[in-house]
Design a binder for this molecule. Sequence first.
Ligand code: B4P
Length: 186
Amino acid sequence: MFIVFIGPPGAGKGTQAQRLVAHLDIPHLSTGEMLRQAVLENSQVGLLAVPYLDGGRLVPDAIVAGIVGERLEHSQCARGCLLDGFPRTLGQAAGLDEYLKKRGRKLTAALELRIGRIELLRRLQTRSRADDTAQTIARRLDVYRLETEPILAYYEEQRILRTIDAAGSVDEVFERIRTALEPAPE
Ligand code: B4P
């Protein structure tokens, strides 16, 4: 089962991903976490990623595709995984489809976490991560609208998009996700 999580910054992708991977017993691949880890380790990828993370911009597709491809090759991902925060551009989405197709696999579902701007800002302001400054948040929301939202139509066309109302408690949102992944009745 290969699932992707899409949503604006602060929608709760990371929060819900932790629950969902425990529920489905599949690995969790968060590109945000991988990039932050690379920065901590001062690796080449980390050094390249810093200005993008600090500026609230997307790290270039080639860098992100490289780190995701490496992780997907791990044997734990052979029967599936949850991709959290990836894809974020149409190029990444097409690259992922191609990667899976070559291996005779395809995405099971694309889960969109949808939430209003006021609640997003409230959540991000209480989190206080390095890239959660007012200016960076505004940039990340614009980037989401311009570069990531077009992916929704791409997955809608493939009939695998499931839109989840991400307002409410963590438990309530998780229950909606669980229900959205249940097979439709015959
Ligand atoms: P990410 O790490 O993916 O982070 P995010 O979008 O900011 O947050 P997320 O939606 O996971 O929110 P969370 O659960 O933490 O990306 C960071 C950066 O990395 C990007 O800006 C970009 O520069 C780069 N990047 C990542 N992937 C990339 C890619 N594919 N291509 C290019 N660049 C990429 O929740 C937020 C807060 O809300 C938390 O404090 C949480 O506790 C709280 N919360 C969650 N659910 C809640 C609920 N139901 N009620 C109340 N609070 C809740």
